[in-house]
Design a protein around this ligand. Structure first.
Ligand SMILES: O=C(O)CCC(=O)C(=O)O
Ligand SMILES: [Fe+2]
Length: 220
């Protein structure tokens, strides 16, 4: 857990990181985290198993399973044509409600938020995610991100390019991060997982689960 006390990461208080970007530390209670981890094991049974998406021929180290719509570089579809062709699981109502409750802690309109896709990522100790924009959605609605398990360094940058200026934020188990409005197309990534920092009681012994909610804007 020592990384959680690293001075570089600052206070664990709700904070606006940039215009349109919010960090809500410890927003999910341990019981909620454990329940979501249980759902994760259900989701990973398929019909579409978690897989490392292939970006420019390279398999991502992060393993992703999708709900509602399947994401592959760089589009959404109902069937996972790059995995096994099966239709992805539906987007659960409780997850949309969780997204609205989290958004209510920000300046974004929560009631109108209707996410229809979730990317559920699993990181082992060595998994990374390079700097990228979430730009395959036809909606300007915010992205709401939930983290469970090991903490990570989440790098949150600017909308122009993947380089500085950026800020490194520690996302620990139970944390929510929201980016929308002027931050919706900010580059972001995960350069490091802090192995061994998953708190007892979060339901995940090792590794990190991250769930991002998105509105695809694709309709039915
Ligand atoms: O794991 C995270 O915190 C970020 C995940 C992410 O950026 C994505 O799935 O597009
Ligand atoms: Fe992303």
């Amino acid at each position: 857990m020592d990384a959680l006390f690293d001075a570089d990461f600052g206070a664990r208080e709700p904070r606006r990181v940039a215009p349109g970007a919010y960090h809500l530390p410890g927003w999910l209670a341990p019981e909620q985290q454990r329940w979501i981890v249980e759902r994760y094991w259900d989701w990973s049974q398929g019909p579409v198993p978690p897989r490392g998406a292939k970006v420019a021929g390279h398999e991502m180290s992060v393993k992703t399973v999708c709900l509602g719509w399947h994401w592959q570089p760089y589009r959404y579809s109902r069937e996972a044509s790059d995995v096994n062709g099966a239709r992805v699981l539906p987007f659960p109502d409780w997850l949309a409600r969780a997204g609205r409750l989290a958004l209510a802690e920000t300046d974004f309109a929560a009631d109108a938020y209707t996410p229809d896709a979730a990317l559920v990522n699993f990181y082992d100790d060595s998994a990374r995610m390079g700097m990228h924009q979430d730009k395959d959605e036809d909606s300007a609605a915010p992205v709401v991100s939930f983290s469970i398990g090991d903490a990570c360094t989440f790098r949150f940058g600017n909308t122009e390019h993947r380089n500085r200026p950026y800020e490194d934020v520690l996302l620990a188990s139970g944390d929510v991060f929201v980016f929308g409005g002027p931050a919706r197309l900010a580059y972001h990534g995960v350069p490091r997982i802090h192995a061994g920092t998953a708190p007892a009681g979060c339901g995940l012994g090792a590794g990190r689960i991250n769930i991002t909610l998105r509105e695809t804007g694709l309709g039915a």
